[in-house]
Design a binder for this molecule. Structure first.
Ligand code: IFM
Length: 471
């Protein structure tokens, strides 16, 4: 990985990011807000799913989470104290439209109104995401994302949120990680709504994309300056280390995970190999004439959530992975190497190759790392969380991002996942991704060493040469 030049010149001994590089952190509504029954919020699919026995570790729910709904002003002060320039959060659809459609709940919008004002008053730019998996339960009851109508309801909801916040918010993200919403929600069933049908997942994926296109078009008409789509993307690496179509398992997984979403949104077509797999799992009847034109809206930013590459290899006789229909005969085990507390391999070079691949294959869209970070088993000692491993992870990924920029990637910013420890979906509160520790018993926030390190990075607009620690 290159550490030889800065993206914009810079001083010797430092790795400098370009002026205006967006430094920030990200969260999502259900993971931090709590206040699930307050101010007219309706139920979401995660409220119900987290209550089903065995679905979430130790029966944890988002009922209280980080109590951010009540503590948002303190949390914004914390962000400002860390020097964050940007904060990516999500808007809870069931707060705004308790049954998914129909009359707007003004109290729900009031919360985001207060949050945006507080952020702006502290010099932190708001980056709202409209859908981070908390579908109103009432919409799931009419079919959820397998129903085409939900895509249209999503555009109405986007319009309602823009009508309230559009005078202060410049950048609008439609969806977070539609692959996860569709394939973990409707195929493997480890996320809400917990369905297990490959056909349902392909339908859901298409309707999520359709919802993105309809919402992007509505937001544009309403005057949104910048529109983004956030995808969880990963280089897919075969046994020989090859990426990008170098072997059948690599092509298949790359198609389902990456190109299934990139190509419709950014090129206006589905990859043929993905259509073949979908056709074998329920057919293509849900794709109507004109849908791809709707999905293919101009967008300014592609948000990249990167954690690790996917490693695949031929595994004759292996059943299909529940999250990858059609993956019979493919193994998904990563090679030995360092991992996070999630068991995810730590491969910073994957971010560099991903950014370069996106710049090469989709050159027309700006790039923003909207999530990158790691869970580790943090402990508080003497009031301090010494999370050296997380600093190492973040440092190495920023170096990889910088190297990609030096090689030409149009990367505009980096948002760490996450600002706060929070509800990590099926893992409940057992996995801590925050740069700020949350003591859930008291709701006390303790900036970890990584937060203090990140504050330095932001204030210097870069990193020192050499491994973190020898600055
Ligand atoms: O916590 C999640 C987030 O909601 C979406 N992206 C991945 C994170 C870590 O699993």
């Amino acid at each position: 990985m290159s550490t030889t030049t800065s993206a914009n010149g810079g001083e010797p001994g430092r790795l400098v990011f370009p002026d205006g590089f967006v430094w920030g952190a990200a969260t999502a509504a259900y993971q931090i807000e709590g206040a699930c029954d307050e101010d007219g919020r309706g139920s979401s699919i995660w409220d119900g799913f987290s209550r089903l026995p065995g679905k979430v570790a130790d029966g944890h729910t988002g009922d209280v989470a980080c109590d951010h709904y009540h503590r948002y002003a303190d949390d914004v002060r914390l962000m400002a104290g860390l020097g964050l320039r940007a904060y990516r959060f999500s808007v809870a659809w069931p707060r705004v439209l308790p049954t998914g459609s129909g009359p707007v709940n003004p109290l729900g919008l009031d919360f985001y109104d207060r949050l945006v004002d507080e952020l702006l008053a502290h010099g932190v730019t708001p980056y709202p995401t409209l859908y981070h998996w908390d579908l109103p339960q009432a919409l799931e009851d009419m079919g959820g994302w397998t129903s085409r109508d939900v895509a249209y309801r999503f555009a109405d909801y986007a319009t309602a949120v823009h009508a309230r916040l559009g005078d202060r918010v410049r950048t609008w993200t439609t969806l977070n990680e539609p692959w996860v919403a569709a394939f973990l929600g409707y195929c493997s069933g480890v996320h809400a709504p917990g369905r297990r049908s490959p056909a349902a997942a392909f339908r859901a994926a298409h309707h999520l994309l359709l919802g993105h296109g309809l919402a992007a078009s509505a937001l544009r008409t309403a005057g949104a300056a910048e529109i983004a789509l956030v995808l969880n993307l990963a280089p897919v690496i075969g046994p020989d280390g090859g990426e990008d179509g170098t072997s059948a398992p690599v092509t298949l997984v790359d198609g389902l995970l990456n190109r299934q979403f990139l190509d419709p949104a950014l090129r206006g077509r589905y990859p043929g190999d993905v259509l073949d797999i979908a056709a074998r799992h329920g057919g293509l009847g849900h794709i109507e004439d004109g849908d791809l034109e709707i999905i293919h809206q101009p967008i300014e930013l592609l948000g990249i959530n990167y954690y690790n590459p996917s490693f695949v290899s031929p595994a004759p006789g292996a059943p299909a992975s529940r999250a990858f229909p059609g993956s019979e005969g493919i193994g998904f085990d990563p090679p030995p190497g360092p991992t996070t507390a999630m068991g995810w391999p730590i491969v910073p070079a994957g971010l560099e190759s991903l950014l370069l691949r996106l710049s090469r294959d989709y050159p027309e869209v700006g790039l923003l790392v909207t999530e990158n970070g790691a869970a580790f088993d943090d402990v508080v000692r003497d009031g301090r969380v010494c999370d050296t491993e997380r600093i190492g992870y973040l440092d190495a990924h920023l170096r990889a991002a910088h190297a990609a920029m030096s090689a030409g990637a149009d990367l505009r910013g980096y948002l760490v996942w996450s600002l706060l420890d929070n509800f990590e979906w099926a893992y409940g509160y057992h996995k801590r991704f925050g740069i700020v520790y949350v003591d859930y018993a008291t709701q006390r926030r303790i900036p970890k060493d990584s937060a203090l390190w990140y504050r330095e990075v932001i204030s210097r607009n870069g990193l020192s040469y050499g491994a973190q620690g020898d600055r």
